[in-house]
Design a protein around this ligand. Structure first.
Ligand code: CA
Length: 231
C-alpha cells in the first residue's frame, strides 16, 4: 500500500470540456505524469474506482453524475485517492461543499497551470504519507478502509464493494440513526429507485455476514426511520 519506489505518477482528469481536458493532460504529461481522461461523471467514476491513480483532477459540473457525487461515491467506496475539484463557481460555500464531499483541494476556473501543477504536487506528496483514515471500530467489529478488510472478533468477513461501503458509512455514524433515504442516496446515489427495498436487502446481507448466530444484531432497526450501528 505504501509506495517505496519513485515511479510514474498517474493522474485521472475528469473534465467534459474536451479542449481543456486535452490541455491539462498535455501540461501534466510534460511534467512526466501519466494521464487518463474521462469526459463525463460516469466514465470518471468507473475509472477512479479502480484506485490506480495518484491524484484525480475532477471538474465539478459534468454531464451525468456531477463532480461532487463522484467524489462522495469514491469516498464511500473506500477509495481515498487525493481529489482536486475544478470549478467555475468560486464562492466560499461551493468550496466548503466540495471539501465536505471528500475532496482534498479546490481550484477555481480560470486557473493558472503553474498553480494546478503546484497543487497536484502537494496532493501527491501528501499521498506518500499515511493520511488514510485509521481503522474503524465498533465493539468487536473492525473495518480497515485502506486494506479493505473487515473483521469481527478476529475473524475476517468477506464483503462485496457495496456491502463494504454500507458498513463503512454505518460505522462512521455509529450511534446515530441513518434514514433509508440517507443510506440510499449515499451508497447508491440519486438515481436509485426511491421505492426499492435495496437498503433493507443489503442490511439483511450485512447482518447475515456480520452477526453469524449471535442473538443481538450489530445493526439495529429503528422502526419507521432507518438503521443504526450500535456504538
Ligand atoms: Ca464542466
Amino acid at each position: 500500500m505504501f509506495r517505496v519506489w519513485v515511479g510514474v505518477m498517474r493522474v485521472l482528469v475528469v473534465e467534459d470540456e474536451a479542449r481543456l481536458a486535452d490541455l491539462i493532460a498535455r501540461v501534466l504529461e510534460r511534467e512526466r505524469y501519466e494521464v487518463d481522461i474521462a469526459h463525463d461523471g460516469d466514465a470518471g467514476l468507473e475509472r477512479a474506482l479502480s484506485g490506480r491513480y495518484d491524484a484525480i483532477v475532477l471538474d465539478r459540473m459534468l454531464p451525468g453524475v456531477d463532480g461532487l457525487v463522484v467524489c462522495r461515491r469514491l469516498r464511500s467506496a473506500g477509495v481515498h485517492t487525493p481529489v482536486l475539484i475544478l470549478s467555475a463557481r468560486r464562492e466560499l460555500d461551493e468550496r466548503v461543499e466540495g471539501l465536505d464531499a471528500g475532496a482534498d483541494d479546490y481550484l477555481g476556473k480560470p486557473f493558472a497551470f503553474t498553480e494546478l501543477l503546484a497543487r497536484i504536487r502537494a496532493l501527491t506528496r501528501r499521498g506518500d504519507r499515511p493520511v488514510l483514515p485509521a481503522v474503524l471500530r465498533a465493539g468487536d467489529l473492525t473495518l480497515d478502509p485502506r486494506m479493505h478488510r473487515v473483521e469481527r472478533a478476529g475473524r475476517e468477513i468477506a464483503l462485496s464493494q457495496r456491502e463494504f461501503a454500507l458498513l463503512e458509512y454505518l460505522m462512521r455514524n455509529a450511534g446515530q440513526v441513518l434514514t433509508r433515504e440517507q443510506i440510499r442516496e449515499r451508497i447508491w446515489g440519486p438515481a436509485a429507485e426511491p421505492e426499492s427495498n435495496i437498503v433493507d436487502l443489503y442490511i439483511h446481507y450485512l447482518r447475515k455476514k456480520l452477526d453469524d448466530d449471535r442473538s443481538e444484531s450489530l445493526i439495529r432497526t429503528v422502526r419507521g426511520v432507518g438503521y443504526m450501528l450500535r456504538a
